[in-house]
Write a protein that binds this ligand. Sequence first.
Ligand code: ATR
Length: 292
Amino acid sequence: MTDINGKTRVYGLIGSPIEHTMSPLIHNTLAGTLGHNLIYVPFPVSGDGIGAAVRGAFELHISGMNVTVPHKNTIIPFLERTDPRAARIGAVNTLVRGKSGYVGYNTDVEGLYRALRSENIRIEGEDILLFGAGGAARAAAFLCAEKGAASLYILNRSAEKAGILAAEVNRFMKRDFAVGMALADSHKLPHSRFLAFQSTSVGLYPDAGRAVIENPDFYTRIHTGYDIVYRPPDTRFMHLVQNAGGRAYNGLKMLCYQAVIAFELWNDITVPEEEISRIYQNVREACDRYES
Ligand code: ATR
């Protein structure tokens, strides 16, 4: 723990609810081991308070913030500017102090990319199946577009939302690359083997034990499944992928990397990979304690 003094920089997370956040553990551990005079604290802020919270934080010289549910999108009008990638996704999860306000970034996209790289999962040339069309899905969809996936099928409960996201991705790519579909139409998918991202809230604690598609046969089409959910650490989606012979991962590394990238932005450093592995172990243990 940092010795707090007159030069200690204050960072935090704004969102609601945030009682169970892992972010203070990650940032305060990084600050301690890398020798940065900063602390990171949770700031519970609910819906209507976001504008006042951002202005107040700037006046209080809060050095940077993470942003989570329900503010990732609604915070954008209160920022000095938004990085183009965050603007494209319509979601900001990291604030960096600018001259007259905060600049908004999205480290979820790069966090997912670095998590995939650390597991030797490639996007380039892959046929991708994306479950969900909400905030988390948007980050995965644009990453697949940026990193050269061969195709992208977005499956969502609401086909309309899947179609809207597919159209946005296609506009960005300037070609027909993404297809939006209803989950119920999964039998219409082409006969490829997919890299799949599970980015719905189905299976997320306390809704554990459920998956968007329950039919075990469907999962023979997935060679690798990445669940953005990490609570519980072994999701039903992961089990279904593994039982059908595929590799499966949870979103815990993505969580660690999105935090590390925010820490790098705030401190203008590169966090060594050994340090990230240590953080990952700490977070895993904290999650296990939380589960038991
Ligand atoms: P996040 O920012 O975490 O992605 P979100 O934007 O609320 O959260 O998106 C939640 C996603 O989970 C959506 O894709 C949602 O599907 P709809 O767009 O049809 O609402 C999906 N989802 C939530 N509950 C679901 C359920 N019971 N079955 C299938 N999909 C579900």
